[in-house]
Design a protein around this ligand. Structure first.
Ligand code: DC
Length: 235
């Protein structure tokens, strides 16, 4: 039996694109009063930088230029009062909205395949996790970033439902988009993320699966609270 108490757990939430990982992980962090880190936002920020600096052209990425850029790049999360939430900052500039655009979604999986990018991101992510009391969501959190996490959750949901959720989310943000394009992007990212050589998306052997296809957020939180009790983390 583990001895961690619920004040300083490290919780890894991994899973497919648009499964509701960040909504669920944020709710957990709020409930436990933990830090929440969206590791996908970090890969998105690097992708945005690559496209701004013309390091991506078509399917090609200029690795040498990327290496130079990475050495000089910092990503962090800061609280934005006007929006009452933590947002992603790239080299001191708020890029929260820009990193969610289709232009970034289209290339983020390719950029995330690159070893040098992953190395740098994992370093930053581990720095955030030093003290525990953290929920981080992504693709390799339970397998690579925090292989000793106290709790690992692997999320999945029916692909059609995921595409619908993502489509509604984008529409809700006023982003003009097409359902088929959203679905295709999700399928493509799932494929690249799961089949890449370095740190592919896969369920850690000790992760607990949450299929939320037919679950509301409150239902997912009920599931989580029961899990804490079952694992003896409730105190
Ligand atoms: O969570 P998201 O959909 O915003 O993530 C965007 C992309 O970033 C995802 O398609 C793959 C990559 N990613 C990754 O490779 N490893 C992570 N830990 C998180 C995200």
């Amino acid at each position: 039996m583990r001895t961690s108490n619920k004040n300083n757990l490290t919780i890894a939430v991994d899973g497919y694109s648009s499964c509701g990982k960040s909504t669920f992980a944020k709710e957990i962090a709020r409930k436990l009063n933990y830090k929440y880190i969206d590791s996908g936002a970090m890969y998105r920020a690097i992708t945005l930088l690559c496209s701004k600096k013309n390091i991506i052209s078509g399917e090609k990425i200029n690795i040498k230029a990327l290496e130079l850029l990475l050495a000089d790049t910092d990503i962090d999360f800061r609280f934005t009062e006007t929006r009452n939430r933590h947002e992603t900052f790239l080299n001191g500039k708020n890029v929260e909205d820009e990193i969610r655009t289709a232009g970034v979604s289209d290339y983020v999986s390719q950029v995330s395949e690159i070893g040098q990018v992953r190395e740098k991101m994992v370093l930053i992510q581990r720095r955030y996790g030093k003290e525990g009391g953290i929920v981080m969501d992504g693709r390799d959190i339970g397998t690579v970033v925090f292989p000793d996490a106290d709790l690992k959750i692997f999320m999945t949901a029916n692909p059609e439902i995921r595409a619908e959720r993502r489509y509604k989310e984008l529409k809700g943000k006023g982003i003009d988009t097409d359902f088929e394009a959203v679905k295709k992007n999700i399928e493509k990212r799932d494929h690249i993320d799961s089949s890449r050589k370095i740190s592919p998306l896969k369920k850690a052997a000790d992760a607990i699966v949450l299929d939320n296809s037919n679950m509301t957020v409150p239902e997912q939180m009920e599931w989580f609270e029961e899990l804490l009790i079952k694992l003896n983390y409730e105190n």
